[in-house]
Design a protein. Structure first.
Lengths: 264, 294
C-alpha cells in the first residue's frame, strides 16, 4: 500500500522563480491496484512520481510505501521498495553494460552487493529464461551491450529488470512515449501481463488519455499541483476520452489546439 | 636497437606503471571521474615506503601502508567532490597540490635513497637469475595478481554497482546503488593501486623523489589509451590486459625514441615525447574509424 499525506513540493523556495509543484496531495493506493495518472505539462505528474521514487523530497507531508515511512529517504535508500521504468529508454538501463549485466544489477536492487561473481551459471539461466519470455529473440544476445538494442527492446528489458527483485510499487513514467506506435502497443501489452501476473501495485504516468482509461483500475488527473479527478469502478467505465478532454479544457480555461496530442 | 638491459629496464618500468594504468582505468573509465590525484599519490606511495623501509620496517608492510596512504588520498578527493560538490577535476587537483607538501613532510627532504636497504625484491636476488630479469619478473607477478583481483571485483555484484555509477548514475541510484559511496570506494581503490606503483618504483629504483609524480596521470592515460587502441572495447579483462600491455609498450617506445641517435633526442625531451605519443595514441583510433566510414 502507498500513502501520500498532504504532500507539498516547492521548487526554488525564496527565489523569484519559486514554484509550487504539488499543493497538498493526499493519495492512498491499495495493494495490487493499478493507477493511471494524467495531466497537462506542469501539472505535477513528474513531481508526484519523483516524490514516490525519492528523486524529489517533499517540502511538507509524509510518504509511506508498504509499512515504511520513506519521506526523507533518497532514491538509493528506498530502491528496494520501488521498481521503475523511465520514459527515456537510455535512462533505465546501462548502455555500456551487457544485457545480462544489466539484469544482474537489477536482480540485486535494494540489496547488499557482495564480491561474488555477478553472473553465475544459475543466474545466467534465469535471466535467459526471463528474456526469452519477451519473444524478441534477445535471449541469444545476452552478452550484447545494451546500447546495441532499439528503444523498444530496451524498454522491454527494463520491464523485466523492474520485476527481477521484489518491490512494493512499480512506477511507469510515460514509458511508451518515446516509442513508435507498434512498439508502444507491445510494451503496453507486456506491462499489462507483467502487472496482472505479479499483482503489482502500479502507478503509470501517461500522456495518452486512451491508455489512461484502457489500463488499470483507477485514473487520477493532476492540475496545478492538485488532484482534480479521481475515478475508479463504474464511473470510470462510463468515462470516455472525450469527457477527459472536456475536463482538460475546463481546467485550462482554454481550448486545446492539438487534441491529437492528448488522444495519442 | 635497444640493449638487453635497456629493454628489460623499460619492461620493468612499464610493469611498475601498469598499477598506475589500472588505477587510471578505474577512475577515468569505470567511474568516469577524471582524477589527477595520482600525480600526488604515486610519489606518496614512494615516500611512505622509502621512509618506512629506511626506518627498519618490513618492505611488504611498508608497501601495504603506502597503499593505505594512497587510498586515503583518494578518499580526500572523493570527499571534496561528494560532500562539497567541488568539480571532480578540480577536487583532484586540490588533493594533488596538497600532496606535494605532504610528501615533503613525510620524507623530511626532497628525496630518500634506498641503497642497500632490504626491499621486497631482496630475497629473490641471488637465486641464480640475473637482476635484470628478477625485477620485471617480480613486478610482473604482482601486476598479474592486481589484474586478476580488479577483474574479479569488476565482474562481481559490487563491481557492477561501481560500473553503473560511472556509466549511468541515475539508473544506478534507481537500482539502490549509493553512488556517493561508490565514488569513495572507487577513488580509494584507484589511488591505492597507484600508490603501490609508487612503492614499487621506489623499491626497484632505490629512491623516492618528491618530483617523481609529475606527469604520472599522462603516463597512466597513455597506457590506457594504447591498450584501448590495441584491444578495443571488448570486456573488462581485455581492458585490464590492455592497460598492462599499453604501459609496457609506452615505455619501450620512449626508450627507443630516446636511444635512437638519429632523432637526436635527449633525456630532457621526455615530456615532449610523451605528449606526442599520447597525442598519436588518441588520434589513431579516430583515423582508423574515419578510414572505415569515408
Amino acid at each position: 500500500m502507498i500513502n501520500l499525506k498532504n504532500i507539498h513540493v516547492t521548487f526554488g523556495r525564496g527565489t523569484p522563480l519559486q514554484k509550487e509543484a504539488l499543493k497538498g496531495v493526499d493519495l492512498t493506493i491499495e495493494e495490487g491496484s493499478f493507477v493511471t495518472v494524467i495531466g497537462s505539462n506542469g501539472a505535477g505528474k513528474s513531481t508526484l512520481l519523483g516524490v514516490l521514487a525519492g528523486d524529489v523530497l517533499p517540502t511538507e507531508g509524509q510518504v509511506t510505501i508498504g509499512t515504511a515511512d520513506v519521506t526523507r529517504k533518497p532514491t538509493a535508500a528506498r530502491a528496494g521498495l520501488v521498481a521503475r521504468v523511465f520514459q527515456d529508454p537510455l535512462t533505465g538501463s546501462c548502455g555500456a553494460l551487457s544485457i545480462e549485466e544489466n539484469l544482474a544489477l537489477a536482480a540485486r536492487r535494494g540489496e547488499r552487493r557482495g564480491l561474488a561473481a555477478a553472473l553465475g551459471l544459475q543466474r545466467r539461466a534465469l535471466f535467459r529464461d526471463r528474456i526469452a519470455e519477451l519473444n524478441l529473440g534477445l535471449e541469444n544476445r545476452m552478452k550484447d551491450r545494451m546500447d546495441l538494442l532499439s528503444g523498444g527492446q530496451r524498454q522491454a528489458v527494463s520491464l523485466v529488470m523492474a520485476t527481477l527483485a521484489g518491490s512494493e510499487v512499480l512506477l511507469l513514467d510515460e514509458h511508451t512515449a518515446a516509442l513508435d506506435p507498434g512498439m508502444a502497443e507491445f510494451i503496453m501489452k507486456l506491462t499489462q501481463r507483467v502487472v496482472s501476473e505479479r499483482k503489482l501495485t502500479t502507478l503509470m504516468v501517461t500522456h495518452s488519455m486512451r491508455q489512461a482509461l484502457d489500463f488499470g483500475h483507477r485514473t487520477i488527473m493532476l492540475h496545478g499541483g492538485e488532484i482534480v479527478l479521481d475515478v475508479s469502478g463504474d464511473s470510470r467505465k462510463d468515462l470516455q476520452v472525450e469527457d477527459l478532454i472536456a475536463m482538460f479544457r475546463k481546467m485550462r480555461g482554454e481550448t486545446l489546439d492539438d487534441d491529437a496530442l492528448l488522444i495519442g | 636497437m635497444l640493449s638487453q638491459i635497456a629493454f628489460w629496464g623499460a619492461v620493468e618500468l612499464g610493469l611498475v606503471f601498469a598499477f598506475v594504468a589500472v588505477g587510471v582505468l578505474l577512475a577515468f573509465r569505470v567511474l568516469d571521474f577524471p582524477d589527477l590525484t595520482v600525480d600526488g599519490s604515486f610519489p606518496l606511495g614512494a615516500a611512505v615506503t622509502a621512509v618506512l623501509i629506511t626506518s627498519g620496517v618490513n618492505a611488504w608492510l611498508a608497501a601495504a601502508v603506502a597503499m593505505l596512504a594512497g587510498g586515503g588520498a583518494g578518499l580526500v578527493t572523493a570527499f571534496l567532490n561528494v560532500r562539497f560538490r567541488i568539480l571532480n577535476l578540480l577536487a583532484s587537483i586540490l588533493t594533488m597540490i596538497a600532496l606535494f607538501s605532504v610528501n615533503l613532510r613525510v620524507m623530511g627532504k626532497p628525496n630518500v635513497a634506498l641503497i642497500n636497504a632490504d626491499t621486497m625484491l631482496s630475497p629473490f636476488f641471488g637465486l641464480g637469475l640475473r637482476e635484470v630479469y628478477v625485477r620485471p619478473l617480480f613486478v610482473g607477478v604482482l601486476v598479474i595478481l592486481a589484474v586478476v583481483f580488479v577483474w574479479r571485483f569488476l565482474e562481481s555484484d559490487a563491481g557492477l554497482a561501481m560500473r553503473a555509477t560511472g556509466a549511468n548514475p541515475r539508473m544506478a541510484r534507481a537500482q539502490g546503488v549509493d553512488t556517493r559511496w561508490q565514488i569513495y570506494l572507487g577513488l580509494a581503490l584507484s589511488n591505492a593501486l597507484v600508490a603501490l606503483g609508487g612503492a614499487l618504483f621506489a623499491q626497484t629504483n632505490g629512491f623516492a623523489d618528491v618530483t617523481s609524480g609529475v606527469g604520472t596521470i599522462v603516463v597512466g592515460l597513455a597506457a590506457v589509451i594504447i591498450g584501448e587502441t590495441l584491444f578495443g572495447a571488448r570486456g573488462i579483462l581485455l581492458a585490464l590486459i590492455g592497460c598492462v600491455v599499453g604501459s609496457i609498450l609506452y615505455r619501450i617506445a620512449i626508450q627507443v625514441a630516446l636511444s635512437t641517435d638519429v632523432l637526436g633526442l635527449k633525456a630532457s625531451d621526455l615530456n615532449l615525447v610523451t605528449a606526442v605519443l599520447v597525442a598519436v595514441a588518441l588520434v589513431l583510433p579516430r583515423l582508423r574509424r574515419g578510414g572505415a566510414t569515408s
